[in-house]
Design a protein around this ligand. Structure first.
Ligand code: HEM
Length: 459
């Protein structure tokens, strides 16, 4: 007992000696994990301790330290005004994901990152991202999904947790590979909390198994896809993103061999679970708000009728746009953005954050800010149609801001709109009778809805 007390005291005094901003007491080994679990989620933990410590406080997760930043102005100051010093990712956050540090784009350090990001953006744009040219492929994917999953289960609850498609990128033509990768991606996100525990994290059997699976299945699966593609694709027009990499990747010094494999996995990882989780939230919110569902369907009928939807239609569909914005705001799926590392001492609102600190952004303090979004914890799409719409849209930043903001934002917006509109143009949706699912998110790096089934019926 005395030993434990002495250990806690040493730990407490040591943490006091650091120049970091103050924060809640962190236990040895687990850090603030207990308080996070007791709060109910990382989002609620950040909300609670922001009230006590203010806009900048320190938390520990396992052995890793993070300075938590709240408020739009602070985020803007850090990611825009101080971008030069805050554009690297935290390497401790990366630890749980497969692959080597600093490879690919997501974790790349600034020198390689610039070349890889430019290449990736140009490649995606060549491929049609952000332009109408891309849409037929997305629509084809949606049609396959409806034929493959929705039609056979009409009138029955469809498990949206395991079945939402991972649109585009490299393996949209191969359902079995897609399913393997999807389940690994999703599990890795769920387990990343446990994996962050120092010393014990790596030895928890379920984490150990997952980590091995990630290393031994996901990257080799991607490698195999690239190899298959290399053999099929000898010349002619590139058919998918991997083709583009095969064609041009060799011209970028930072992108050779294994780095390409990792880049593809990261694009897959970053671009699939995010979009499909947002869609699952959107459908859940609509099942819970049938009046909103009716209004969206009316707008679809008035503007699109029976013809195929295009992304351009969103310009004439403010209500549907508002529903998707509200879904992204309220679900806040990337709730702490992706942690960054700061390379020199910086000050935020007069508080020193020492060089080398990892930063975690309290996105709920922006997306759920009651000063901007009245009744911020309620699903109210109308908020984007009245009042200071410009301010509300400016503060709705689910894709982050600044240099390292989401690479796939324009692609994701097109996918979300087309999936959503195509589903609701053809089907009515509701929850199965007696369903008890709530809109309380599950604890994970990505805030996702609890598993639930949607009953689709033809309109
Ligand atoms: C609803 C869908 C999506 C959401 C909410 C989302 C959100 C985010 C967020 C918050 C970040 C971190 C930004 C930061 O650090 O400041 C990010 C980064 C990133 N996202 Fe997305 N994303 C989505 C879809 C996509 C798609 C479809 C792609 C694929 C093409 C993609 C690729 C990436 C990449 C590569 C990065 C890292 C960028 C870098 O480090 O330079 N995302 N995303």
């Amino acid at each position: 007992m005395t030993g434990v007390a002495a250990l806690l005291l040493i730990f407490y005094l040591r943490s006091k000696r650091e120049k970091l901003p103050p924060g809640p007491f962190a236990f040895p080994v687990i850090g603030n994990l207990l308080q996070i679990v007791l709060s109910g989620s990382l989002v609620k933990f950040c909300k609670k301790y922001r009230e006590i410590y203010g806009e900048v406080f320190t938390m520990r997760l396992g052995g890793y330290t993070r300075v938590v930043i709240s408020g739009y102005d602070n985020l803007h100051h850090i990611l825009i005004s101080l971008a030069e010093h805050t554009s690297s990712r935290s390497m401790t956050f990366q630890k749980f994901f497969p692959g080597k540090k600093e490879r690919g784009l997501l974790w790349a350090h600034t020198s390689d990152w610039k070349a890889i990001r430019t290449f990736s953006l140009l490649t995606l744009r060549d491929r049609g991202m952000g332009r109408a040219a891309f849409e037929p492929e997305i629509v084809e994917e949606i049609e396959k999904y409806m034929e493959h999953y929705i039609q056979p289960s009409l009138g029955q609850p469809l498990d949206m947790y395991s079945n939402l498609p991972r649109p585009l990128l490299m393996s949209y033509h191969n359902w079995s590979i897609t399913n393997v990768l999807n389940s690994l991606v999703r599990s890795s996100l769920k387990m990343s909390f446990l994996g962050n525990l120092p010393i014990i994290g790596e030895h928890i059997p379920v984490v150990k198994k997952l980590r091995t699976d990630l290393q031994e299945i996901s990257l080799p699966t991607i490698r195999k896809c690239i190899e298959e593609r290399r053999q099929q694709f000898s010349s002619g027009e590139p058919q998918c993103l991997v083709d583009q990499y095969l064609l041009q990747g060799g011209n970028v010094d930072a992108l050779t061999g294994e780095n390409t494999v990792e880049l593809c996995f990261q694009l897959y990882n970053a671009g699939t679970e995010t979009t499909s989780t947002t869609l699952r939230w959107a459908l859940l919110f609509l099942c819970k708000n049938p009046d909103v569902l009716k209004k969206v369907q009316k707008e679809i009928d008035d503007n699109i009728g029976q013809r195929s939807a295009t992304y351009k239609d969103h310009l004439d569909m403010p209500y549907t746009d508002a529903v998707l914005l509200e879904t992204q705001r309220l679900s806040n799926i990337v709730n702490s953005s992706l942690p960054r590392n700061v390379d020199r001492d910086i000050y935020v609102g007069g508080t020193l954050i020492p060089a080398g600190s990892d930063l975690l952004f309290n996105m709920a303090s922006i997306l759920h800010d009651p000063k901007v979004f009245e009744e911020a914890d309620k699903f109210k799409p109308e908020r984007y149609l009245t009042g200071d719409i410009t301010l509300k849209k400016k503060r709705t930043i689910p894709f982050g801001i600044g240099r390292r903001a989401c690479l796939g934002e324009s692609l994701a917006k097109v996918e979300l709109f087309l999936f959503f509109v195509n589903f609701l143009q053809k089907y009515n949706i509701c929850l199965p009778e007696g369903s008890k699912v709530t809109t309380e998110p599950m604890i994970s790096v990505i805030s996702s809805p609890q598993p639930y089934g949607v009953v689709f019926s033809c309109r």
